[in-house]
Design a protein around this ligand. Structure first.
Ligand SMILES: Nc1nc2c(ncn2[C@@H]2O[C@H](COP(=O)(O)OP(=O)(O)OP(=O)(O)O)[C@@H](O)[C@H]2O)c(=O)[nH]1
Ligand SMILES: [Mg+2]
Length: 175
């Protein structure tokens, strides 16, 4: 049996927020089972699975919080934001409104969290042709908002390993 002492592990609370349909659950599905589906299944409850991995010989245990977006199901419960260490703020690069709303999401996350979480803005669905938000526009906006920016595709895995590497590095060195 492997020598596995969870007490030495680092526990990280990671939240995924963003407009309805921007791909939060698809990102979660990529993380959990490295899988993707074009079929839409709206999140109607809070889904908080745990993922454990080793990075540079240290065990990291992530609690990943995904929930239904507030525009469909009313305000997000405050407990969703409670003690989050890292927040992934998603938008859909083919949907300008989802991009315009990132500032509101970031403010809400900052207001409701007792901690100063690290914010990573993610422009999802870069595999699609009908882009409405350019890389430059998103990058500059994120500089103003003091957040990291990364382009992503849950469908074709674009930047999936870069995202995970960044999350692990931040978890080990900055939290
Ligand atoms: N082409 C493409 N489609 C995507 C991508 N990510 C998600 N989708 C699709 O977008 C739709 C919505 O994705 P979800 O992951 O359910 O979005 P969500 O943010 O969890 O939505 P809610 O739970 O309703 O808030 C689904 O049909 C997905 O298959 C992507 O990277 N590329
Ligand atoms: Mg969802």
């Amino acid at each position: 049996m492997l020598d596995h002492d969870e007490s030495k592990a680092k526990f990280i609370r990671l939240g995924i927020i963003g407009n309805c349909g921007c791909g939060k659950s698809s990102l979660l599905r990529r993380i959990i089972s490295d899988d993707f589906s074009l079929e839409r299944s709206k999140t109607i409850y809070c889904d908080w699975p745990r993922v454990s991995l080793f990075h540079l010989n240290r065990e990291l245990i992530f609690q990943i919080r995904d929930t239904a977006s507030q525009e469909k199901f009313g305000p997000m419960p405050r407990m969703f934001y409670y003690n989050l260490d890292i927040v992934l703020v998603l938008f859909d690069v083919c949907n300008r409104t989802s991009f315009e709303n990132i500032e509101t999401w970031i403010k809400e996350a900052r207001r409701n969290n007792s901690k100063d979480a690290i914010m990573i803005v993610i422009g999802n669905k870069t595999d699609k042709e009908d882009r409405e938000v350019t890389y430059e526009k998103a990058f500059l906006k994120c500089q103003d908002l003091m957040c990291f920016y990364l382009e992503y595709s849950a469908k074709n895995r674009f930047n999936h390993s870069s995202l995970w590497k960044a999350i692990c590095e931040i978890s080990l060195r900055q939290l």
